[in-house]
Ligand binder design. Structure first.
Ligand SMILES: Cc1cc2nc3c(=O)[nH]c(=O)nc-3n(C[C@H](O)[C@H](O)[C@H](O)COP(=O)(O)OP(=O)(O)OC[C@H]3O[C@@H](n4cnc5c(N)ncnc54)[C@H](O)[C@@H]3O)c2cc1C
Ligand code: FES
Ligand code: FES
Length: 1139
């Protein structure tokens, strides 16, 4: 029977989606079929939280609404039929007023580029909704919620922010917690820290339940459709979405003639697609969540049975209320993914992924150790298997159904259960390198007092084998033994021999050593006291509450930390004078509330113009090869290809150019005819939607030939061997200092030809590269681009199209994170869009998926450095020589300018004499570019590595060597020339002395020392690192216009990338025009609007970077204001004189 369309409420509005492709995600629907733009696409794999929304479900039987946060990028639209979805603009917006979550995030300065902020809002909001619904909690005081501080700290776990740092975000969360000490919260706009008392009445008021999460109309609709649906046969929508209501119905679907495992996808919550990306589109889905039998939860004295589609978060809730083993499992499950993934992700889905696809599951490992069993259905047969037997079976076929999982109840007597995981992030949202779970039954020998192991189960997973396994041999060895050091040693040795990651596993040695250390830790504590594991172990570098103020410094607790109780506190003091007010005042960031509500418009938020098409790159997978042709696999996704744009589509008179830095060189837009690096753009697939374009690009099969081509040059060593370099223009070449040989001859000690290597880094801006190109009349084009360099982008697009610069209008309102990556790398995307739009005479948008962005972006320059350093016995360095190898990749980009900042940062120390040879290597890898402190980071890192090396040779404290080699003003002038500035402004030495001697540093250093002396295996460190930074100012334009109503529009050359440029510019405008106002200008703040960068309005805007664009933009504004004041002041005086 055909069913009506998907019906849902979005922020209280009814939406009906008929005929929608069943592979459409909720995020795609919200962003393309509704006005909602709050949920953003950051990763598309459940890993960043930018897309988080609140989903509410209504149960007509109980008349209850349940709410939970979910990642809308993984949630399929059809799975939220009859749900209500609330997004950030739904809880508050500019017209209806902002929600206190949005106001507090803004007031605690918790938003920079703002791309993550709507997702943050929704995670906090859903934590509030959940806590406030708890009936067993006391009513909180007015203005607070029932949330606890500890819950508040975890409310945004899983939400990434690449700009702000989490303290202000967590402060905003904690401001809702009834048990918070408001005085502990950081700098904010609500009270003047230190001067005014922190009171809840000063915060934007919070009333639980003020937002309706489920509209009445939808409740009525659900009630009436529930009545009609009673007894209805297999639910089949017209859209290819099947949701059987029983296992029999499911089997009927499996047996239908149309069922084909390659084109039909069976899903529970579809979060698995965040791990294993769909390679093709599916036109049919079977949703098993509607089968009641799969949702059961049965608790009995024998154990707990979970139906396979029970969400992980629900399982945590149930298990947390059980015995020690259950609680430990719940603790571990709390580290799986993030709250918004766990709320929908099912336990069954996880275990099937582990069984069928070798997924490095945490859940399979812990359930294996806990002696769980599963019930599966194969055709009409049900089988009950141990978890071990199930995992060891050959991968189950697509018709095998996991029905339930049973975890036995282990009485706590004599039972010890412990789980561990090592992952890039210890508290979740990262798949493990290794996980383990151990269950042991011990008995106490009353005579010897020893603990004897009666039975033991040791499960390990994720270390590079097909699935979680038991270390049977080690178990056998330990059974019946009392634990002595020799038994432990034997067990550890045996484990080492047993565990072998399969070939090709990354970090296999590391994984093995982790597995061994988990077992060692477990057995040692078991030997001492089997109950010792009640506490969770110390994560490196964390302290328990209370130790930061020194009060428990010497307590053994110093060495332990409860991971559930991490201290996240901030302390920041701002000294502010009125002299230039409101400049320098810590005011709310311009547009922060708009960002929080999701109304701030980024490039992908601009409503699609009529006939808009979408593009996705096909990139080379070969580092050096002729591109012979592009074909497409026969698939559903390839049917979506409208056309492919390649080099041949560049208009006549245009150039194959995708980026260019003035004076340094160009990079091609398309590989033509040779792909010169893996990741190079070969062509752009054009399709009707962005998702179709992504999927269609995956279907491309590129034919390569390496005939008559040299092997690629991939490394710095290869480049040196082949003399493959980019020249460094003389004006960008750093200068050596003094006579190196003489310096070396004065040295008492020498380190010769030591090496430091630095790898690359990816920018990880939350908004990937994006541009929208709209063809205009008379060979003109308008581009919206997320770029830090609008002027250069405009110039390169014009050259690429072969049209005058004034034909290209490039607009940038705001950038969702740049970090240098939205400079040269953004040009490429703008050019590709422009060529496609020009050719097709239709608007074209490209918003790169995260993987493509990571592959093409380039990132930081990898480096290999050889150094020789001479020094005296007292630590004074006399000479340093460096051979710098910089891997620049395929094109010059900004690389020839890199030696300058590298050496510039390195000169922070007085090396006596300094000589170097810098090679900017041309290689067949993606071109590396400016990234967060380009050169300065590397230079500083190299300098510190050398200082530490010297300190270790002399066996002295590193700070002693640092201090010994800091410049005095004389040597500063020798190393930096004119940039050294005035002697009176050189403050590095005094700051260093002050900090190194500060009680806080001393106390922390003492803590580190104490920790290290009492810990054999884990060590901590503390550093006090000076830096110098060469500030360069570039001329930047600005324009201030006073409108007829007194409101003020300001344009500047700089771009708002989250750094707060608009806020500073607003403050400067208010200050600059302040002479026209009685209060010195503060009243003007509300009247100023800084508008988007537009290359035809504000020409030669330059670029945003180097930490000075706000200041130079402000200076331009100050000069504009001065001119206006000069003109307006006499008029004002005249008007005042005449009443
Ligand atoms: C960002 C992120 C981080 C993660 N981190 C971790 C982690 O740290 N540790 C960890 O263990 N896991 C982690 N996961 C995995 C997560 O637990 C699984 O994605 C989730 O549990 C799958 O459940 P689902 O309902 O979404 O399954 P789906 O995606 O719907 O299904 C997954 C597969 O299982 C099949 N399937 C589902 N249910 C059944 C059933 N009952 N019978 C037969 N086949 C079935 C489906 O057909 C599909 O092939 C992470 C996932 C994401 C997205
Ligand atoms: S979690 Fe959905 S976009 Fe990142
Ligand atoms: S403000 Fe969080 S990513 Fe930019």
């Amino acid at each position: 029977m055909g069913e009506a369309a998907v019906v849902l409420a979005v922020n209280g509005e009814r939406y009906e989606a008929a005929g929608v492709d069943p592979s459409t995600t909720l995020l795609e629907f919200l962003r393309t079929q509704t006005p909602v733009r709050g949920p953003k696409l950051g990763c598309g794999e459940g890993g960043c939280g930018a897309c988080v929304v609140l989903v509410s479900k209504y149960d007509p039987a109980t008349d209850e609404v349940t709410e939970f946060s979910a990642s809308s990028c993984l949630t399929l639209l059809h799975s939220v039929n009859h749900c209500s979805v609330t997004t950030s603009e739904g809880i508050g917006n500019v017209r209806d007023g902002y929600h206190p979550v949005q106001q507090r995030l803004s007031g605690f300065h918790a938003s920079q580029c703002g791309f993550c902020t709507p997702g943050m809002c929704m995670s906090i909001f859903s934590a509030l909704v959940k806590a406030d619904k708890a009936t067993d909690r006391p009513t909180p005081p007015a203005g607070f919620s029932k949330l606890t501080s500890s819950e508040a700290e975890k409310a945004v776990s899983g939400n990434l922010c690449r700009c702000t740092g989490y303290r202000p975000i967590v402060d905003a969360c904690k401001s809702f917690a009834a048990d918070v000490d408001l005085e502990d919260l950081g700098l904010n706009c609500f009270w003047k820290k230190g001067d005014e008392p922190a009171e809840v009445s000063k915060l934007p008021g919070y009333n639980s339940g003020a937002v309706c999460t489920f509209p009445d109309f939808l409740k009525s609709e659900i009630k009436s459709s529930a009545e009609q649906a009673n007894g209805a046969p297999v639910a089949v929508s017209d859209d290819g979405w099947y949701h059987p209501k029983s296992i029999q119905e499911l089997h009927r679907l499996f047996d239908s003639s149309w069922y084909d495992e390659n084109s039909v996808k069976t899903v529970a919550s579809n979060t698995g697609s965040g791990v294993y990306k769909d390679e093709d589109l599916y036109d049919k889905y079977i949703d098993i969540k509607g089968i009641p039998e799969l949702s059961v939860i049965n608790k009995s004295s024998k154990g707990v049975e979970f139906g396979s589609v029970v969400a992980i978060s629900k399982a945590i809730e149930v298990l947390s209320d059980g015995n020690l083993v259950f609680r430990k499992i719940a603790d571990h499950l709390n580290k799986v993914a993030s709250p918004f993934v766990r709320n929908t992700a099912t336990i069954g889905g996880n275990i099937v992924m582990a069984q069928r696809r070798d997924f490095p599951s945490d859940i399979a490992t812990v359930l294996l150790a806990a002696g769980s069993t599963v019930t599966i259905q194969v055709a009409s047969k049900r089988q009950q298997l141990t978890m071990e037997a199930f995992l060891e079976q050959p991968p189950c076929d697509s018709k095998t159904l996991l029905l339930s999982i049973f975890i036995p109840d282990w009485s706590s007597d004599g039972i010890t259960f412990e789980t561990s995981r090592a992952a890039p992030r210890p508290f979740g949202n990262a798949v493990s390198y290794v996980n383990s779970a151990f269950l042991a039954r011990t008995s106490l020998d009353s005579e010897s007092g020893d603990h004897r192991i009666e039975d033991i189960c040791l499960a390990f997973g994720a270390y590079g084998v097909d699935h979680a396994t038991r270390a049977r041999k080690v178990e056998e060895l330990l059974k019946g033994k009392s634990l002595s050091s020799s038994v432990i040693l034997e067990a550890v040795k045996l484990l080492k021999a047993t565990i072998s990651p399969s070939e090709g596993t990354t970090h296999s040695e590391y994984r093995m050593s982790l597995a061994v250390s988990f077992l060692f830790r477990f057995l040692s504590s078991l030997a001492n006291d089997p109950n010792a594991h009640a506490k969770v172990d110390v994560p490196n570098g964390s302290y328990p509450n209370g130790t930061m103020n020194g009060s428990t410094e010497n307590s053994p607790e110093l060495l332990k930390v409860d991971s559930n109780d991490l201290p996240i506190r901030s302390r920041q003091e701002i000294i502010f004078t009125d002299e230039y007010k409101p400049v320098g005042k810590p005011i709310k960031k311009a547009g922060a509330e708009l960002q929080a509500s999701g109304e701030a418009v980024y490039v992908d938020d601009i409503p699609a113009p009529k006939d808009c098409l979408y593009g996705a790159f096909i990139y080379s997978r070969h580092p050096h090869a002729h591109v012979k042709g592009i074909n497409f696999k026969s698939s559903l996704a390839s049917q979506k290809v409208i056309t492919v744009i390649t080099a041949k589509d560049i208009p006549s008179g245009g150039q194959n150019i995708g980026s260019s830095f003035p004076g340094l060189g160009d990079e091609a837009l398309f590989a033509d005819p040779i792909a010169e690096f893996a990741g190079q753009n070969i062509g752009v697939v054009i399709a009707e939607t962005q998702r179709y374009a992504y999927m269609a690009a995956k279907q491309a099969v590129v034919e390569y030939s390496t005939e008559n081509l040299q092997p690629p040059i991939l490394t710095i060593e290869d480049a040196i061997q082949h003399n493959s370099y980019f020249p460094v223009p003389p004006m960008l070449a750093p200068k050596p200092v003094g006579d190196y040989n003489l310096g070396m001859s004065e040295a008492d000690h020498k380190i010769l030809s030591a090496e430091v290597k630095l790898e690359s880094q990816y920018y990880f801006y939350m908004e990937t590269q994006v541009a929208l190109a709209i063809p205009d009349e008379d060979n003109c084009i308008t581009l919206y681009s997320s770029t830090q360099i609008p002027e250069v982008t405009q110039n390169v697009v014009a050259r690429c199209l072969g049209i005058p610069f004034h034909n290209v209008r490039l607009i940038t309102r705001r950038v969702g994170g740049g970090f240098g990556g939205k400079a040269m790398k953004a040009i490429h995307v703008a050019c590709a869009c422009a060529v496609a739009a020009f050719k097709l005479r239709r608007p074209v948008r490209m918003y790169l998926d995260r993987k493509t962005d990571m592959i093409m972006a380039g990132g930081r320059h990898p480096m290999k450095v050889k150094y020789s350093v001479g020094f005296k016995s007292d630590g004074k360095i006399t000479a340093l020589h460096l051979d710098l190898g910089i891997n620049a990749g395929i094109s010059p980009d900004v690389s020839p300018s890199m030696p300058l900042p590298i050496i510039g940062a390195l000169k922070k120390y007085n090396w006596g004499t300094l000589a170097f040879d810098a090679k900017v290597c041309k290689t067949n890898v993606s071109s590396k570019s400016a990234m967060r402190g380009p050169g300065d980071v590397q230079g500083s890192f190299i300098a510190e590595a050398i200082i530490e090396h010297v300190a270790s040779v002399l066996s002295v404290d590193t700070n002693t060597i640092r201090r010994k080699n800091l410049h005095d003003f004389e040597s500063l002038k020798v190393f930096y020339g004119d940039s050294a500035g005035e002697a009176s402004t050189y403050s590095l030495v005094s700051i260093f002395d002050k900090l190194a001697a500060s009680p806080d540093y001393q106390r922390r250093a003492a803590m580190v020392e104490q920790f290290n002396s009492s810990n054999k295996w884990t060590k901590r460190g503390i550093s006090c690192v000076p830096i110098t930074y060469g500030v360069t100012l570039r001329p930047t334009p600005g324009k201030v216009s006073i409108m007829n109503d007194g409101s003020i529009a300001v344009e500047v050359g700089g771009v708002e990338i989250g750094q707060g440029l608009w806020t500073k510019v607003k403050q400067m405008t208010a200050f600059g025009l302040g002479q026209l106002c009685p209060d010195g200008g503060e009243c003007l703040l509300e009247k100023v609007r800084v508008i988007q960068a537009d290359t035809l309005s504000m020409v030669q805007g330059g670029f945003t970077g180097g930490s000075t664009t706000s200041e130079t933009s402000c200076e331009a504004v100050r000069l504009s204001c001065a001119a206006l004041v000069e003109r307006l002041k006499p008029i004002k005086e005249n008007l005042e004189a005449n009443g």
